[in-house]
Write a protein that binds this ligand. Structure first.
Ligand code: PEP
Ligand code: CO
Length: 444
């Protein structure tokens, strides 16, 4: 079956709402088609090669960011703070695992959200559901889909990536700076006693490395050490993805130029659906969310479509069954994929299978559930002799109160509940999780 960037349109569309004026949507798509790519084929290939190493047991994928980026929260500090926490987490995981950690943000494109229902009931009547800032407004008065939002998402993504690229290549990502942040964090955390020794030994090791590097190569002195940082989002809103699809100028291969890494969500991982149709034709590394109902035959059909050649690094299976079902679902899926000879990165998303509601109906998650699902994932991977290769999180660098618990004991969600979508780990909870996962990965 031949593929084109628009061949998804012949499938029954899903998760794409009706626009009042389809011609306006087409006009916005046409403009987007002429804009520069946000990411480049060489970067995408490099990430895929790095993920191939993770699939082979060498390295770890750390992927995290907002559930949904918004126009209102677009500012330097939010981008910087999330980047900083991801870097600190990566440092902890690298130090303990002594393996490279691949850093991927849910950022610069994570603007569209899948919904189970097209409408919701409010005291003022039934209205369209919020589908992310790329499509409509969170404000109940602005729920009509507006194509200009797609253009605005593109420009916000471009500016976000510009800042992230500068941080990643400039002094901001310097490992020495990152270890100082870690000491600052640990110094103020209630989890201090558990993690102080580790943070100090990270700092000491980095000091030794730098001193050694200075003797070994005086020329690098004064040059900050850069890192690779990648972008990712759910490939949900296909008009945007299609409009940003480009051909690699060297090979002609189609690339999704909206982000380095794209994933299929729990609601769109249909082997015969439009999202799979689009993604099968682009060379990017892909994720597939696998919830409690993910059946091995279904996943096998997806892999047959998306990765017929079993290319390592192409597929990351992001497991998100929730604490109660994790053990059964993960052992079964891993066993079947191993016996089918599938080479994938095994990654856990301990957020989406663990929704909770407070008595007053506020969406939250318990830090303890999140931590426990990570532990189950690591144990099952070990029992099945595959590499526990990654962690996918909803988190922010801000001190929000959206998930309950952690060493800081978040109890009052109303203190700073800001998400327009799912509850995120705050900076301190994210770092605590990184320490705990690193410890768990290091004990055999
Ligand atoms: C998400 O990652 O925000 C999400 C909606 O996940 P899932 O598709 O796993 O429910
Ligand atoms: Co979410």
């Amino acid at each position: 079956m031949s593929w084109s960037r628009g061949s998804w349109r012949s499938q029954k569309t899903r998760q794409i709402p009706d626009y009042p004026d389809p011609a306006e949507l087409r006009n916005a798509e046409d403009r987007l088609k002429t804009y520069p790519p946000l990411v480049f084929a060489g970067e995408i290939r490099r990430l895929k090669a790095e993920l191939a190493r993770v699939a082979a047991g060498d390295g770890f994928l750390l992927q995290g960011g907002d559930c949904a980026e918004t126009f209102a929260d677009f500012n330097t500090f939010n981008i910087r703070d999330t980047f900083r926490v991801l870097l600190q987490m990566a440092l902890i995981l690298t130090f303990v695992g002594e393996k490279p950690v691949i850093k991927v943000g849910r950022v610069a494109g994570q603007f569209a959200k899948p919904r189970s229902n097209p409408t919701e009931k409010t005291p003022d009547g039934e209205i369209l559901t919020y589908r992310g800032d790329m499509i409509n407004s969170h404000d109940p008065a602005g729920r009509t889909p507006d194509p200009e939002r797609m253009i605005r998402s593109y420009f916000q993504s471009a500016a976000t990536l510009n800042l992230l690229r500068a941080f990643a290549s400039g002094g901001y990502a310097d490992i020495h700076t990152a270890s100082k942040w870690l000491l600052d964090f640990v110094g103020g955390s209630p989890a201090r006693e558990r993690y102080e020794t580790l943070a100090k030994s990270i700092d000491k090791t980095i000091g030794v490395m730098r001193a050694y590097g200075k003797f070994a190569n005086d020329a690098v002195e004064g040059h900050p050490q850069g890192i690779d940082f990648y972008s990712s989002h759910e490939a949900l809103f296909l008009p945007y993805e299609e409009a940003l699809c480009r051909n690699d100028s060297l090979t002609g291969d189609p690339v999704a130029a909206s982000a380095h890494f794209l994933w299929l969500g729990e609601r769109t991982r249909d082997a015969n659906g439009p999202h799979t149709e689009f993604l099968r034709g682009v060379i990017n590394p892909l994720g597939i969310k696998c919830g409690p109902g993910a059946d091995a035959r279904e996943v096998e059909r997806l892999l047959e479509k998306l990765n017929p050649g079993n290319e390592p690094g192409r597929i990351t299976l992001i497991l998100r069954a929730g604490v109660d079902k994790a053990e059964n679902v993960y052992s079964r899926l891993i066993r079947e994929m191993v016996s089918a000879g599938r080479e994938v990165v095994w990654c856990v998303d301990p957020m989406h299978g663990n929704p909770r509601q407070t008595a007053s109906g506020v969406k939250t998650r318990h830090f303890a559930d999140i931590l426990r699902e990570c532990g189950i994932f690591i144990d099952v991977c070990r029992a099945e002799k595959v590499h526990p290769g990654g962690l996918h999180l909803e988190m922010t660098g801000k001190n929000v109160s959206e998930c309950l618990g952690g060493a800081d004991a978040v109890e009052d969600l109303s203190r700073s509940y800001e998400t327009t979508c799912d509850p995120r780990l705050n900076a301190s909870q994210a770092l605590e999780l990184a320490f705990a996962v690193a410890e768990r990965l290091s004990t055999r």
